[in-house]
Write a protein that binds this ligand. Structure first.
Ligand SMILES: O=C[C@H](O)[C@H](O)[C@H](O)COP(=O)(O)O
Length: 220
């Protein structure tokens, strides 16, 4: 089974978490794309979706799924998205595709966060995958210095601009023993929009695809 087939299997399993007549929170990335395609097949059974990126909005619209402005949505039973790394407590690193800020906003409104991953994303300690930090451009040098002081090696993502018009610093070399603490600490740096740690609000359910099927894990 290829990695992409595993991503698809996790995404298909997440369709069971979609409630009839609801507005669905939709993530970004190659795994979320499989979920969007599945959602397209059941579009008559949902009201619509809130997208976490321009790319996902375009794919959802391509399936004829109605898009809702988050400002007009007060109830969203589920948010479904992939991750770059996930640990046993279901804390994650996200933002490999640069969509971390909108993902965190949409996820916050949802009652339940369902993470869809292939087994390569599961780790004991977060941080091998570089941690993305979205930064307001004029603060880039300041934020880079502060991230270095926290023990990381920030590298600007060359030629990349987020959907919000900002930059991404990918922070290498972190061994993240306290994900919620580091999430808060980085978000305190002036000029940081948000960082890719999803620990204060991690996943509630992990659908982890393996060659032997999809395992369901829930947060303790
Ligand atoms: O910004 C992108 C997101 O956080 C993605 O959910 C994450 O990078 C995982 O992407 P993929 O499903 O393509 O591995």
């Amino acid at each position: 089974m290829t990695q992409d087939e595993m991503k698809q299997a996790a995404a298909e399993a997440a369709l069971a978490f979609v409630e009839e007549g609801s507005i669905v929170g939709v993530g970004t990335g190659s795994t979320a794309n499989h979920f969007i395609d599945g959602l397209g097949r059941m579009k008559s059974r949902i009201r619509g979706a809130v997208a976490s990126s321009e790319a996902s909005a375009e794919r959802l619209a391509g399936h004829g799924i109605e898009l809702f402005d988050l400002n007009h949505v007060s109830e969203m039973p589920v948010y479904v998205d992939g991750a770059d790394e996930i640990d046993a407590s279901l804390a994650m690193i996200k933002g490999g595709g640069g969509a971390l800020t909108r993902e965190k906003i949409v996820a916050e409104v949802a009652t339940r966060f369902v993470c869809i991953c292939d087994e390569t994303k599961q780790v004991e300690v977060l941080g091998h995958y570089p941690l993305p930090v979205e930064v307001i451009p004029m603060a880039q040098a300041l934020v880079a210095r502060e991230l270095s002081a926290l023990g990381g090696r920030p590298v600007p993502r060359a030629g990349f601009v987020t959907d919000n018009g900002n930059l991404i610093l990918d922070v290498h070399g972190l061994e993240i023993r306290d994900p919620a603490g580091l999430e808060t600490a980085i978000n305190q740096i002036p000029g940081v929009v948000t960082n890719g740690l999803f620990a204060r609000r991690g996943a509630d359910v992990l659908l982890l695809a393996t060659p032997n099927g999809v395992r369901k894990l829930t947060a303790a």
